[in-house]
Structure formats: C-alpha cells, structure tokens
Design a protein around this ligand. Structure first.
Ligand code: CAA
Length: 240
C-alpha cells in the first residue's frame, strides 16, 4: 500500500484530478467532500477512491473526520488542502456572510486539517502538505476581496508552516492555479470570462490535470528540498 493521502474537496474539479493522479502514482487516496453526495458517489464508483463527507470549515468536525480516516486507513502522510468556494461580488454588494464563508472554507480549513495531521507527521518524521492557492490570491481580482484574502492567506500560512516543518521531514508548499476549466470558473459570467482568457498568454483555460501534475511533483518522497514555495500554474497569466 502506498502512502496515505487526503485530498479535501477531492471528488470534483481540480481536487478530483489530484485524487486520481495520486492514486495512479500508487498512493492510498481518500477524498473529502462537503455537500454533493451524488457527485461523490459517482466519483467513488468510477475511481474506487473512498469519499468522506465533512465540512472543512468546522474545526471539530474536521478533527473527527480525520480521526475516522486514520483509524481505517492509517496515518495521513500527504495532505492536499484543495477545498474551496467562491462568493464573488464587489465590496459594496458583499455581505459579511459571503466574506466569512469564504474565509472559513478556503483558509480556516487549512488550519483545521493541518492541525489534525501535523503532530503525527512530526512524530514520524515525514509529511507532505500542499495547499491550493490561486493566481487571484497573488494578483487580486475584481469582485473577490473574500477569495483573494483567503488565497493570499494560504500563501503566508504555507511559508510559516514550512518553517516549522523543515527540520521534521515535513514539506509544505502551495500551488497557485490560474483559471482552470472547472464548474467554479464556468460560473463566471461568459463575457467576463472571455476577457480573462484574453489575458492568458497560453490562450486557454488550464485543465485540472495541469494542476494535479504539479501537486504530484511536490508530494514526491524525493522532493525533500522544496518547501515554503509556491508553484504558479496559470498559463503565464501573471509571472509570479
Ligand atoms: N476591472 C475593472 N472593472 C471591472 C472588472 C474588472 N476586472 N470587472 C467588472 N468591472 C466593471 C464592469 O465593467 C462594470 O462597469 P460599469 O458599471 O462602468 O459598466 C462594473 O464593474 C460592474 O460592477 P458591479 O459592482 O455592478 O458588478 P456586478 O455585480 O455586475 O459583477 C462581479 C461583479 C461579480 C465581480 C463580476 O464581474 C464577476 O463575476 N467577475 C468575475 C470575478 C472572477 O474572476 N472570479 C473568479 C472566479 S474563479 C476563481 O476564483 C478560481 C481561481 O482561483 C482563479
């Protein structure tokens, strides 16, 4: 059996591609999901990857969910914090609920899940954590003060935790996707999305597999000297 890997938000979109790529590389993958039972069942039926439902924004629920996973599959050695949502809107139209929901789901979730696994990783002297950021956390985006703040926070979180894990065999890195062909991006109004695509030098949206490939690279056993870094996968949209 390969190393045990947990992918949050791992049954759809970018997370699905990451789960499938990890399984293909021999990892024992568990996918978490938050709400879409139908998609999760379809995913498990198609890939054979078990799916565990829990809300990553709820600290206690995450501790419980991860404890159950570890009881069944063994210690989590690879954690990919991928779960994320958007609640776009310009500041003057955004309410506190939209702000809070995105901060809790996209950023606080990283604390919740890392807190559950980091102690074990330290004891065992091995861990791989990849947090999924965003080009919009690096560059900002009109209508996304909540999302950009959360994703930008992920980049700082990654570097701080990387410092703490460096002497314990734990690497912590971020991948910052650009605009990738998923339901989340397809929800952007068509005219707006067309304008955005024109700003991507490669001339197209990314594919979920483009992101999965970079995660695989970072979690490899051999990747012992890459930590605290952000790998930008955005078709050249911004040269970070
Ligand atoms: N820069 C400057 N002006 C912009 C703009 C931009 N990027 N986008 C819109 N505007 C302007 C419009 O042209 C319009 O101007 P006028 O009033 O002069 O005509 C004005 O802003 C509209 O403002 P409103 O506050 O009325 O905005 P709205 O309610 O119509 O919609 C929005 C605003 C919800 C932000 C909408 O523009 C939108 O959905 N934008 C896309 C945001 C986006 O890129 N989200 C990414 C989602 S995917 C993702 O996040 C994944 C990832 O990691 C990359």
């Amino acid at each position: 059996m390969g190393r045990v890997a947990l992918v949050t938000g791992g049954t759809r979109g970018i997370g699905e591609a990451i789960s499938v790529a990890l399984k293909g590389a021999g990892y024992t993958v568990i996918a978490n999901y938050g709400g879409n039972d139908e998609a999760a069942q379809e995913f498990t039926g198609r890939t054979g990857i078990p799916a565990f439902k829990f809300d990553v924004s709820d600290y206690d629920v995450v501790q419980d969910g991860i404890a159950k996973i570890e009881e069944e599959f063994g210690p989590i050695e690879v954690l990919v914090n991928n779960a994320g949502i958007t609640r776009d809107g310009t500041m003057y139209k955004m309410n506190f609920e939209k702000w809070d929901k995105v901060i809790q789901t996209n950023l606080a979730s990283c604390f919740n899940s890392c807190h559950a696994v980091v102690g074990g990783m330290r004891e065992r002297g091995f861990g791989r954590i990849v947090n999924i950021g965003s080009v919009n956390g690096q560059a900002g985006q009109y209508g996304q003060v909540n999302y950009a703040a959360a994703k930008s926070g992920i980049h700082g979180f990654t570097k701080a935790l990387a410092l703490e894990g460096a002497s314990k065999g734990i690497t912590v890195n971020a991948v910052a996707p650009g605009y990738v062909a998923t339901d989340m991006v397809r929800a952007v109004p068509e005219a707006v999305l067309e304008k955005i695509i024109k700003t991507i030098p490669v001339g197209r949206l990314g594919e979920p597999e483009d992101i999965a490939r970079s995660v695989l690279f970072l979690v490899a056993d051999e990747a012992t000297f890459i930590t605290g870094s952000t790998l930008s996968v955005n078709g050249g949209q911004h040269m970070y």
